[in-house]
Design a protein around this ligand. Structure first.
Ligand code: ZN
Length: 406
């Protein structure tokens, strides 16, 4: 079938929806979106965008599929969990089967100051499918610096909240959440409240609807509100989004947006290596690993082996997981050898990551880009011990040397 006729048939019900029509569908096909996070919200958002027919979808996630994800993360199945596939990889494979006409770029990476700007480059809109305030604020900074809308969303328990923040029309997420919220300490999460799948889908649906309005040129139809919903004790509450705050570097009037861009531009030195995540040829679809390792001299997320060990452990939402950066020069094959030698049992091994069980039963996950997760350690102190014993080059080298007198 001719390409255009095929598209007309595929999207016929969406085109028949008057506010979208042929023109809206065409705009959608020319649009690029970034979905950050491929967990519950992110996978649902990505699916909405791909089925609706965006031109290009960029998807980034730092995690891998586990059995405990499946009750709410609708793109994944038991095979993905069994294979411990990175969520970005598993999602991209499914999405390509859903709609081969969409260019899908998947990144296995932790979004940070080093790579956020590059990830958001040349996209028209960013959808927030993350699970933490820190990354959301970073996305807000980048979106307001670039003048593109951010569709914020968050879920916990049976409810959640969402807003489309449009630079120039609304305040940024920092101003919306205010000082006390942006610390993220004490805010309810999936970890503390649990979460049910209908709550995820409600918030994702509201986010996707606003994204579709923005991308198809229906800006007048945007809600202009932030709202909270609860699927269990049914309620919907809505507030008008505040205007840009004059004093704010990111959303304020006058020069600040340009100033914000300059500030962000300083952080553009990220590490980028090409890697086809799917193992198949997708033409010009460039799947890449955007690991965003920290440049030397930075204290934040510093490489292991320096004096700030505690600082580089980042607690991730869910499953008492700690994240840290290892030396990227050590290959997965080498890690496999080392961990086996020291008594670990390898429980998953694919081209993207290695998962091992420690002698004490905790889990170590090492991604190809040199990022590691320590799961089941409980306390940060224990996670540090695991790092020192199993993952620290210096400690291990000393242990390998024969003791004097032997
Ligand atoms: Zn602001």
């Amino acid at each position: 079938m001719h390409k255009e006729a095929e598209a007309e048939e595929r999207y016929s019900r969406q085109i028949r929806f008057a506010p979208i029509g042929v023109r809206g569908q065409r705009r959608l096909g020319e649009a690029s979106v970034l979905v950050v996070g491929a967990g519950a919200l992110g996978a649902s958002l990505a699916q909405h965008m791909v089925r609706a027919g965006v031109g290009r979808l960029r998807l980034v996630d730092r995690d891998y599929v586990e059995l405990s994800n499946l009750h709410r993360q609708t793109l994944f199945d038991e095979e993905d969990a069994e294979a411990a596939l990175p969520k970005a990889v598993a999602a991209a494979a499914k999405l390509r089967r859903v709609n081969g006409g969409v260019r899908i770029e998947a990144f296995v990476a932790d979004v940070n100051r080093r790579n956020a700007e590059a990830l958001a480059a040349d996209v028209d809109l960013v959808l927030d499918g993350t699970d933490n305030t820190e990354t959301r604020l970073l996305l807000s900074d980048v979106c307001f610096g670039r003048g593109i809308p951010l569709v914020y969303g968050g879920v916990a328990g049976s409810g959640g909240m969402t807003a489309l923040l449009a630079p120039g029309d609304h305040c940024c997420l920092r101003c919306l959440l205010g000082e006390e919220e942006t610390g993220s300490e004490g805010a309810p999460t999936c970890d503390t409240l649990g979460v049910i799948s209908p709550a995820v889908e409600m918030v994702a649906a509201l986010q996707a609807a606003e994204a579709l309005k923005a991308l198809t040129g229906n800006r007048a139809a945007l809600r202009g509100t932030w709202l909270t919903v609860d699927a269990w004790h049914f309620s919907v509450k809505e507030w008008k989004l505040p205007s840009p705050v004059e004093a704010c570097l990111y959303c304020g009037w006058g020069e600040p947006t340009a100033a914000a861009s300059r500030e962000l531009a300083k952080n553009e030195g990220f590490v980028r290596t090409e890697d086809d995540l799917s193992g198949e040829d997708h033409g010009d679809t460039a799947d890449e690993d955007l690991s965003g390792e920290e440049p030397e001299g930075e204290t934040e997320n510093a490489l292991p082996g320096d004096d700030s060990e505690a600082e580089k452990l980042v607690v991730l939402c869910g499953r008492d997981t700690f994240q840290l950066m290892l030396k990227p020069s050590v290959s997965l094959a080498e890690w496999r050898r080392r961990l086996t030698e020291i008594g670990c049992v390898i429980t998953a091994d694919n081209r993207y990551l290695l998962r091992a069980s420690t002698v004490e039963g905790e889990r170590i996950v090492i991604f190809a880009e040199g990022r590691a997760l320590i799961q089941g350690a409980g306390e940060a102190e224990r996670a540090l011990d695991i790092y020192r014993h199993y993952l620290n080059d210096e400690t291990r080298r000393r242990a390998d040397e024969p003791s004097v007198g032997v």
